[in-house]
Design a protein around this ligand. Sequence first.
Ligand SMILES: NC(=O)c1ccc[n+]([C@@H]2O[C@H](COP(=O)([O-])OP(=O)(O)OC[C@H]3O[C@@H](n4cnc5c(N)ncnc54)[C@H](OP(=O)(O)O)[C@@H]3O)[C@@H](O)[C@H]2O)c1
Length: 244
Amino acid sequence: MSTRSLVQGQRIIVIGGGSGIGLAAARRAAELGAEVTIAGRSAERLEQAAESLKGIVRKAVLDLRSEDDVRTFFAEAGEFDHLVITAGEMKHGLGKVAEIETSNAREQFESRFWGPYLAVRYGAALIREGGSITLTTGFFGDKAVPGAAVPSAVHGALENLGRVLAVELAPVRVNVVSPGYTDTPMHDWMSKEQKQAWFEQTAPTLPVRSIASADDIAGAVLFLMENANTTGITLTVDGGARLV
Ligand SMILES: NC(=O)c1ccc[n+]([C@@H]2O[C@H](COP(=O)([O-])OP(=O)(O)OC[C@H]3O[C@@H](n4cnc5c(N)ncnc54)[C@H](OP(=O)(O)O)[C@@H]3O)[C@@H](O)[C@H]2O)c1
């Protein structure tokens, strides 16, 4: 039986691949012999990320919130096999509805819903037979946490979008990965000590008693890319965070 990876030699675009879960997914794919393109807003971040990856790695500076950026990127991208979108930030995204600035709530939808929407809008037609799209949400989509209504709504919208796209874009497969607490640069707005203390406080409350690494979630992303019979699902990798 062959142990050749299904992504070997395939072209994979990871928007959000400059750090965290996206970078970990790009690393796994590159190690399996894929040609990877990582995209994000910061050229410097992409440069550093690319240096840490093996094999054929391309970089693309783009802001997923900009329709022009997304259109231009895909107009030049050529055909590819898998699109992974992990881009997003939580900055100012939390707060009770009566308290959060409306502009901050709208911004969450701009980057985390409309961004992936635009990527699919312009990128899907370039995906080769057997290819896939993986979107990213989070466990707030499954749990009623006061102060997290906006991300919860974003996740619900994106997960429903993914289900419909799985039919609309078939045979391209479309799935969603939903992480829980994961140790990535997303939390770097806290000091190192604050982040460590928060993780130490949070981990024991979770059924798995640990915070995920970016690579834990990347494993799920690779599964969604490689499994030819999986489409229209949300794969939750949250250490049980939605249950407690
Ligand atoms: N980490 C967690 O605990 C956690 C939990 C639940 C869900 N998630 C979700 O998982 C996804 C990945 O997050 P992560 O933890 O890997 O965070 P991360 O390390 O901050 O990665 C997010 C990446 O997205 C890029 N990005 C942000 N806004 C962008 C935009 N408008 N256009 C293009 N690129 C953009 C960032 O690079 P630039 O700033 O250079 O653009 C960054 O490289 C996010 O959607 C997040 O909401 C994370």
